[in-house]
Structures are given as structure tokens and as C-alpha cells.
Ligand binder design. Structure first.
Ligand code: PQQ
Length: 258
């Protein structure tokens, strides 16, 4: 019997770097599939929040913790802005910072989030002090800021693409919370109205950028990994809230107590 040919040793290639380049629409489909599987709309805490199943203290805990996410978004965008190489790119990213920080005449998203925490009866100085923040929130949000600061511009832009999925959850949240809670008004939730137009505008640009600049399979895999990472850090924030305020309901030392 002739000797069987020996198997060729496999070339050591980095995980995820194999396979052919995806067409831009295939890349978009792969990004959307990540959202369908792991966006925070699927988290049990959000399902409770959106169906009126939480009490006022639990809704306050959500708003207080999410303040840190809102307040950190313009800081992460500013760190990316500083690394963008062209006027057009910087102008686009500057618009995001203005959406969140305002322009000094009209309030931005951070200020509008504080209107939400005011509306829920939280003390503004306490919210802004971050004194009652869950450690899990802090670690997850800081991980996002660090990711954007340290990874490539392409990965940083890709990590913003969870916004592809946010208009749906925002509509569900606003309708569900207005139906479910007598302590919530349309005014309290006014933060979300401009996001319904801002997020698609952000996504148009960021998705176009990713589809154009992820021009090798390896870069495409990095973009997919960036979006998974972002979904994970959004999920982790809700895990922390759920553990502290729903089940088993064990807020860590120093955290907000309703
Ligand atoms: O209400 C939400 O569920 C939700 C999700 C996300 C997101 O997917 O990251 C953002 C927002 N809201 C939001 O309001 C917002 O300003 C925002 C900025 C970004 C980002 O990554 O730059 N995500 C989000």
C-alpha cells in the first residue's frame, strides 16, 4: 500500500483572519446578525423596564447608572475626533459631540439625561457626583472609552454601530414606560426623541465608513469583534443593575439605595 500523503501542517493564521473578503452588503448583514443575537434589547432587565414591571427605585437605579454612559459618550467621541485625519471626518464626529454636550444655547444629550433623572426625583448633584454608581457600570463604560482610545480608528467607528439597533429599542422603551409607570411622563423621556433622528444619521456615516475601509477580511473581522465587544459592555451594565436591584438584589457597598 502506498504511503498516504502526509497532511500539510496548517499555517498559523490569527483566528478570524481566514476566509474571503465579504462584499459590503455581506459585512452589513454580519454586523446586523450580531445585534439580532446580542443587543441589549434582549436583556431581561430591559424587558422588565419596558413592560412596567419595575418599581420606581429600580427605574431610578437604571437612570442614575446610565447617566455615566451618557456623560462618557462625548469623552470617547472627543478622543476619537483627535485621531481623525481629515476635515470631513472631524466635522462629522464633532457633530456627535455637540449632540451630547450641546452648543451652549440648546441643551445636549447629557443635559437632557439629567432632565430625565430630575423627572424621576433623583438629586442632580448626587447623580453627577457618580457616588452611587455601580462598580459594574463604571468598569463597563470605562472599557468603552479605553477601547475607542486604544484601538484603530476603524474599530472605534465600528464599535459605535450598536446605534443601528437603538431606534427600535427606544420606541419600545418610550411606549412601554409611558404605559407602565405613572411616575413617568413624555417630558421625563424627552431625551429619547432626538435620538430617533440622530442615531440613524450617525449610523449612515459610520456604517458607510466601515463598509468602505474594512477592505481586508482581517479588518472586517476586527469590525465584527468591535461590535460584539460593544454589545457585551452594554449587556454587562444591565447584568450589574439586575444583580444589584432585581435578583438577588444585592447592591454593593456604597451603591445607590432606593
Ligand atoms: O437607548 C439605548 O438603548 C441606547 C443605546 C446606545 C447604544 O447602542 O450604544 C446609545 C444610546 N442609546 C444613546 O442614546 C446614545 O447617545 C448613544 C451613543 C452611542 C455610541 O456608541 O456612540 N451609543 C448610544
Amino acid at each position: 500500500m502506498p504511503d498516504r500523503p502526509k497532511a500539510e501542517p496548517r499555517p498559523a493564521s490569527p483566528p478570524g483572519a481566514k476566509g474571503a473578503l465579504l462584499a459590503p452588503e455581506e459585512l452589513e448583514a454580519a454586523l446586523r446578525a450580531i445585534g439580532a443575537e446580542r443587543y441589549h434589547s434582549l436583556h431581561p432587565f430591559h424587558r422588565l423596564l419596558h413592560t412596567g414591571k419595575l418599581d420606581k427605585g429600580q427605574v431610578q437605579a437604571w437612570a442614575l447608572n446610565r447617566y455615566y454612559y451618557q456623560a462618557s459618550i462625548p469623552a470617547k467621541d472627543a478622543s476619537l475626533l483627535a485621531r481623525l485625519p481629515t476635515t470631513d471626518l472631524r466635522r462629522e464626529w464633532r457633530r456627535r459631540i455637540e449632540d451630547h454636550d450641546g452648543d451652549g444655547t440648546k441643551p445636549g444629550g447629557v443635559e437632557r439625561w439629567l432632565a430625565l433623572t430630575d423627572g424621576l426625583g433623583l438629586d442632580r448633584d448626587y447623580v453627577v457626583s457618580l457616588a452611587g454608581l455601580l462598580p459594574g457600570t463604571r468598569f463597563a463604560v470605562d472599557a468603552y472609552v479605553h477601547f475607542v482610545r486604544e484601538k484603530s480608528v476603524l474599530e472605534a467607528v465600528a464599535s459605535s454601530l450598536t446605534e443601528m439597533f437603538s431606534p427600535n429599542i427606544i420606541q419600545e422603551r418610550v411606549a412601554g414606560m409611558l404605559r407602565g409607570y405613572d411616575f413617568v411622563s413624555a417630558e421625563t423621556l424627552a431625551y429619547f426623541t432626538p435620538r430617533l433622528t440622530q442615531a440613524p444619521q450617525d449610523v449612515d456615516f459610520a456604517l458607510g465608513y466601515v463598509k468602505e475601509h474594512a477592505d481586508t477580511r482581517e479588518k472586517q473581522e476586527l469590525c465584527l469583534a468591535a461590535l460584539r465587544f460593544k454589545c457585551d459592555l452594554l449587556w454587562a451594565q444591565l447584568d450589574a443593575l439586575h444583580f444589584a436591584y432585581v435578583a438577588p438584589g444585592l447592591p454593593p457597598p456604597g451603591a445607590f439605595r432606593p
